[in-house]
Structure formats: C-alpha cells, structure tokens
Design a protein around this ligand. Sequence first.
Ligand SMILES: [Zn+2]
Length: 287
Amino acid sequence: MKKINLKKITWMTILIIGYSSCDKNDVPEPDYATEVNSITDEIYNTKTTGTTIEAIYLGRYVTLLEIDNDKYLYDGDVVLDRNDFSLPSEDSNRGVYGGGNWPNRNVRWKYASGVSQDLKNKWTSAMSTWSSQLNFTFTQISSSSGDYILVEQNSSGSAYSTSIGRRGGQQIISVDPRYYGSGNVVHEIGHAVGLIHEQKRPDRDNYIIVNYFNIKPNWTSQYDKCSNCTSNGSFDYNSIMLYGSRASSSVVYDTSIPAMTKKDGSIWNSQRSYLSTGDKAAINAKY
Ligand SMILES: [Zn+2]
C-alpha cells in the first residue's frame, strides 16, 4: 500500500493558497486612495507649471495643464491627448458614444450563411469608409471564437446592430439589402464601434423637440436620452447617426407631423453618405 506523504500535501496546500492569494493581488485595486489618508494620492508627475488652457471635456468646461507635446493633465492624474477634448473656440460637433472599444480599432467579423453578393458589396464599401477615414482595420475570421461581428442578411426590411460598441463574444449586424445601402451599413458599423443615435444625446433638449405624442410605443426608446454615454460640443445635424425629422408610418401615427423638429420648429433630413466631422471626433475621443 502506498504511503500518503502528509508533508508533501501540506506544502502543496500552502503553495495553492499562496498562489491564489497572489492571483487576487493581481486584480487592479479601485481608485480609493483619496479615502485612505495613509496612502499617497495618485499623481501623474510633479510638474505643476506650464500653459493652462480652457477646454470642454466630457461635456464640461475644465482647465487643463499642457505638460508635454500633445499631453494635457486633468485633475492631477488624468493625461489627455488632443483628441480627448475640444476647445471652446472650436464649437466642435462631437457625437454621442458608449460601449466597449475594439482593441487598436481592429474589428473581427464573419459572414453568416446566406449573405448575398449585394450585401457583401455594401459591407465591403462600408468597411473601407471606416478604414480610410478613421483607421479601423477589419479582420475576417472563420472560427467563432473571441469577439466578432456576425454580418447577417434579413428579409424583414430591417437594419440593426445588436450592440453599442464591442459587447464581447458574438454581436450581429443585420441588414435587408433591398432597402438599405452602404451608407446604412456605415451607420450600423457606427453602432458596433460605439456610436449612439445623435437624437439620444443627454443634452439634446437644448437643440431639438421630440414629438412623443406622435411616436408609436415600440419606437419611443429610439428617441429617449441615453445613459452611460458621452457627448461633447453642440448637436450635430450632419451626423450619420441622426434620424431625420420625419419618420415612416411604422414609427409615427401621423406622417405629416415630424417625429422631431429643431427648437424653432424647422426640420432636417438624415444623411447616410458620409461620416460627419462630429462622428469622427466622437470616435477619436472614444478610442
Ligand atoms: Zn441606428
């Protein structure tokens, strides 16, 4: 009969416990230093001189300290670069965004079965818009592992994305190519990389009026303000992520009444031809 080596087991137990508590120590700690007096508050460095500038960051006016070339210090230990904020003079139209980022702007994707050549052409064109204008790369995969977009065709007259930003695992962009062009696919990729409908931005009431009384219940959420989202600058009427003032009979009760107007009652048309300055600024702020 084999003898059990108690000494060995004890040492293994200690090793296992020791290893798992090391693991726990590897988890980044929350930023609670300001609540614990004995711990030094985080700072970027000791530099306290330099040019200060007034900027708009996360929708608020803040003072930043220029500490290096294209490096701006905010609140002691937050280092921003020039894409992270706007200057008051720029009045930048920076769209609204949220959700997870795709690392290094690289989007992994694959086709579902049954995607027509028509939709493949539109998808290819939309990818090239994101590549050429915002330096995204798109990697077509054959497996179903990791995070990726499944590009799917539907015949229900729909175009949608199942996620704002990278969700983790599979997420879907589904398009009925009979009704939607490559610009609509650019819009759906916008959702998948983190852009939100411009009419949902938290400060939109300063710019537009939503006629909720005319919008059917299933659609009101498309017009509600977002939470956990960020916007800067002023409302961008040119955003590829903005719905038009008027909506179809599936969305509104009375198509002669706009779903949304500007504050003065005037209307706008949506555009699905190009990424606006604000769309680009939003992505550059997010990534
Ligand atoms: Zn959309």
